[in-house]
Design a protein around this ligand. Structure first.
Ligand code: FAD
Length: 591
């Protein structure tokens, strides 16, 4: 999902810089301040002495797994991370293996600074827990070149064979403004968007809950398309307006890809401003999960200064000999409850270890595919939720180019020769990444979802790039994109990978209850013993899937659950998510 500035945001360029407190991903389902919890000097909690050093299995070395592992290590537990593929998961930055235009710009392994972000690539500044970890590692961000933003420079919209060039929304025909205004007005009239956001800005959890809970009950079973087609603001406009909204809407790659989703899911994105003010991570977002793997703790009651997750995963007996060479364990093949109540984790290599607590952060479907789980580990109603959760497909294809040639000005038109491009053609969204003068640039030739992504699924990277270039040549006749390409294209379809099966969750109408069951599973006090000790986190558990912030927040829920499982507690001045859950947790809908 992504940003097409609304009429309002286009006119008041940056409300974030104003005096009002910012909108953040504070709820709306569970308005708990995760950012404040992780930043508090008191720390996340205290474990009893006998629990210090106990092992916890963490399945998945994506952002959820590594945030949880890092915080559990700080608390004094010993996380044992299992990763089937590569640390980072869906925050995967693929470096193009090419020489830079100037040798001194090349890194020591000979690869360039040109990066293809295969998973998450634009991070809303409202993702304050996610940004906490970026700041911890000193990673730098820059505005993402979204359509109609200064960072993009210019945008081309190509629909139904017609092409428009724009730098701001004001450059586009009235129809686009009417669409943006209709969307803003519909959100305000139906949901009282500004009231919800005011409650978020002021962190007024009670008001937010009283507003949001009514919306949940009324809207869970309505799709995004039903909302758009029935809203009076759109009903007075032509079908063409709804079509334009679906094709470019306020989202690149088209919000029509989300039309089948629950309206609640879309509303969460808008309410928490995940659709605006997005930044990229300079040098690639994968530096964040990998950085957490290598980050030393200096304040753990158990581990000596300098201990890292990497050092805890080296075969050395003394983790104080901090080493950066540690690797996670391999893919998990099965989870079994043992007679003593512990959980046995078996790797595909056949190696078995048992744990008092296990955290699974992989996509929830994998618990019935790649991982053979004892059925008794979860209740039947939770299994229903884990399996019925629905994933969206997505396809991206990138190429490196000799330089940022698109910035050249066509002498005939006075415009850039190529722009960030939104289209109803195969490519849907094309993004241009400028790595500085005389450096190779990167083009995301195509970023698409759902049926548009499936059109690419059977093809090789080369064929996908070819198809995308052919589509772009229709929009930019005479522009020779091919002559600028250096090296091989890079592509991804997460759905074709057995360790992912999809890009991210996209809840359908009627899925609120499933989400609630999975999200609230870290509250284990009232569960039978047979279901305790296994925790869930990650994108598929989150109420804000497709945003890394949701993976981080659910990881922090699991940290609280595991802390409590080992008899620990939070500091009275810094209550954790589970302490506030009974009061502020998501509303329960009748079964
Ligand atoms: P993952 O990253 O999937 O981590 C789970 C890990 O488990 C994986 O590394 C996997 O290899 C591993 N695993 C699976 N099975 C096993 C097994 N049997 N044994 C051991 N390990 C296993 N978010 C944003 O904020 N902004 C964006 O712009 C954005 N765009 C996105 C675009 C795409 C195409 C995709 C795919 C995602 C995007 N996201 C975005 C979402 C964001 O990337 C995810 O929310 C986040 O990375 C999920 O992290 P996770 O730890 O929950 O899951």
């Amino acid at each position: 999902m992504t940003t097409f500035p609304s009429a309002e945001s286009a006119s008041c360029a940056d409300s974030f810089g104003g005096s009002a407190a910012p909108v953040t991903v504070f709820g709306p389902d569970f308005p708990f301040g995760y950012d404040a919890w992780v930043k508090a000097p008191t720390g996340l909690g205290v474990l009893p002495a006998e629990a210090l050093g106990r092992e916890v299995a963490v399945i998945g070395g994506g952002i959820a797994g590594l945030v949880a592992a890092y915080e559990l290590m700080r608390l004094g537990l010993r996380p044992v991370v299992y990763e089937a593929e590569r640390l980072g998961g869906r925050l995967r930055s693929e470096r193009f293996p090419l020489p830079t235009a100037h040798d001194d710009g090349a890194s020591s392994d000979g690869s360039s600074e040109a990066v293809a972000e295969l998973g998450g690539m634009r991070f809303p500044v409202s993702s304050t827990s996610f940004y906490h970890y970026l700041e911890l590692l000193g990673l730098r961000t820059e505005p993402f070149p979204n359509p109609l933003t200064e960072a993009a420079g210019s945008t081309v919209i190509d629909l139904g064979g017609e092409t428009w060039y724009a730098e701001t929304l004001a450059d586009l025909p009235d129809l686009f403004k009417e669409v943006a205004e209709a969307w803003d007005a519909a959100l305000e009239r139906e949901f009282g968007l500004s009231g919800l956001q005011e409650a978020i800005r002021t962190r007024d959890a009670q008001t937010l809950k009283s507003l949001w809970n009514k919306i949940v009950a009324a809207w869970d079973e309505t799709s995004f398309y039903e909302f758009v087609s029935r809203a009076e603001e759109f009903a007075d406009l032509s079908f063409r307006h709804r079509e334009v909204f679906g094709q470019v809407g306020f989202g690149t790659g088209g919000w029509d890809s989300d039309f089948a989703n629950s309206m609640l899911e879309i509303l969460r994105v808008v309410v928490t401003e995940c659709d605006s003010h997005q930044e990229l991570v300079v040098g690639g977002v994968e530096q964040l999960p990998v950085g957490l793997w290598n980050r030393a703790v200096n304040d753990s009651p158990r581990w000596p200064k300098g201990t890292t997750l990497a050092s805890l995963h080296t075969p050395r007996p003394d983790p104080s000999e901090a080493s950066r060479t540690g690797t996670p364990r391999g893919a998990v093949a099965s989870l079994r409850r043992l007679a003593d109540g512990r959980i046995a984790v078996t790797e595909t290599s056949g190696e078995v270890c048992s744990y008092d607590a296990v955290l699974a952060t992989c996509q929830s479907w994998l618990l019935t595919t790649e991982i053979d789980c004892d059925e008794s580990l979860f209740s039947q109603s939770l299994w229903m939720a884990l399996d019925r959760t629905r994933y969206m497909q997505s396809s991206k294809t990138f190429v490196a180019v000799d330089h940022s040639f698109w910035k050249e000005i066509d002498p005939h038109t006075g415009r850039q020769v190529m722009s960030m491009t939104l289209t109803d053609r195969l490519t849907r969204g094309t993004y241009l990444f400028d790595n500085g003068p005389d450096q190779p640039g990167v083009i995301c030739l195509t970023y698409s979802w759902m049926s548009d992504a499936l059109k690419m699924l059977p093809y090789s990277a080369e064929k996908r790039a070819e198809l995308a270039i052919r589509a772009l040549e229709k929009i930019y006749p005479g522009l020779d994109i091919r002559s600028h390409i250096i090296g091989e294209p890079v592509t991804v379809s997460w759905e074709s990978n057995p360790y992912f099966l999809g890009a991210f969750k996209g809840a359908l109408p009627g899925h609120y209850r499933y989400n609630h069951r999975m999200y609230g599973h870290f509250m284990q006090e009232d569960m039978p013993d047979s279901e305790r000790g296994i925790f869930l986190a990650g994108d598929s558990i989150s109420f804000t899937p497709a945003w890394a912030e949701g993976a981080v927040q659910t990881a922090l829920n699991a940290v609280w659950g595991i802390l409590t499982h080992f008899g620990g507690r939070t500091h009275p001045e810094n209550p954790g998510p589970g302490d506030r859950y009974p009061e502020l947790g998501p509303v329960e809908l009748p079964e």
